[in-house]
Write a protein of this length. Structure first.
Ligand SMILES: [Fe+2]
Length: 250
């Protein structure tokens, strides 16, 4: 086994040994620390990726050449590479073309490790305020919204450290927007499972000032808070791709 295949195999082995299909207990700090240290060393080549997606600027670039023939840059799909899926964890890669978006969504009762492999990615992430603060709405689009606090609103550029979100901290509700072609290696534990209540829900965020007089904030500024309203699952243009990294020995 080469060093490259050893890295992803070691990550897989650690996940398999420590993760379980149940939500409790969440991964312990030593496990999180060890997994992050391993993920921090992963390069695109370790998972069979090239650093650049040469096809990415088709459409976007052409639209600049001919403004009357605007091929939308978002016409290209996000490519989803499935590395491993079990009751205990999901390991996968999302390859984004420039400007592709995975809209605001949650990870109920889950812990998620995200390692940016290459490129630049804008991450906006919230955690719910506990106990829940709910604002009722008369808007036709949504009947209520729940208060959340902004945890992250910044652009990450590889190489950078692994991000971890937890059931109630670290930015459990997040949105990814590709600033350049980029790829994210994700490990989710436990995986989404609708029957167990771990359903992916999508949200729209509204400024704190949208509901005057509602919502009590204990720290930070009003700009650090938002009301999140559930929306129907949007059509995210995503296609499956073939994982070309080292095959795992299970
Ligand atoms: Fe996510």
């Amino acid at each position: 086994m080469t060093n490259k295949s050893a890295t992803i195999q070691t990550i897989y082995d650690l996940c398999k040994k420590t993760f379980s299909p149940t939500i409790t207990p969440p991964p312990s700090s030593p496990v999180v620390h060890k997994l992050c240290s391993l993920l921090d060393t992963v390069n695109p080549a370790d998972v069979g990726l090239r650093e650049e997606n040469v096809d990415d600027d088709r459409g976007y670039g052409l639209s600049l050449l001919n403004p009357f023939n605007r091929a939308p840059r978002w016409a290209q799909p996000i490519t989803y590479l499935d590395i491993h899926e079990s009751d205990s964890f999901t390991m996968c890669i999302f390859c984004f073309p420039t400007s592709a978006v995975i809209p605001l969504h949650d990870h109920p009762e889950m812990t998620v490790f995200s390692k940016l492999l290459y490129g630049s990615l804008h991450v906006k992430a919230y955690d719910w305020i506990e106990p829940p603060q709910i604002a009722k709405s008369n808007a036709p689009e949504y009947s209520q919204a729940r208060l959340a606090k902004l945890v992250s609103d910044k652009v990450l550029t590889a190489p950078c450290g692994t991000r971890v979100l937890y059931p109630t901290s670290g930015g459990n509700v997040h949105c990814f927007t590709a600033v350049t072609p980029c790829a994210v290696l994700d490990i989710l534990t436990p995986p989404y499972l609708e029957d167990a209540g771990r359903r992916c829900t999508y949200y729209h965020d509204y400024p704190y000032s949208s509901f005057p007089g509602q919502g009590v904030i204990s720290d930070g500024k009003e700009e650090d808070y938002a009301w999140l309203a559930e929306i129907e699952a949007p059509n995210v243009y995503m296609r499956p791709g073939n994982y070309a990294g080292p095959s795992l020995q299970e």
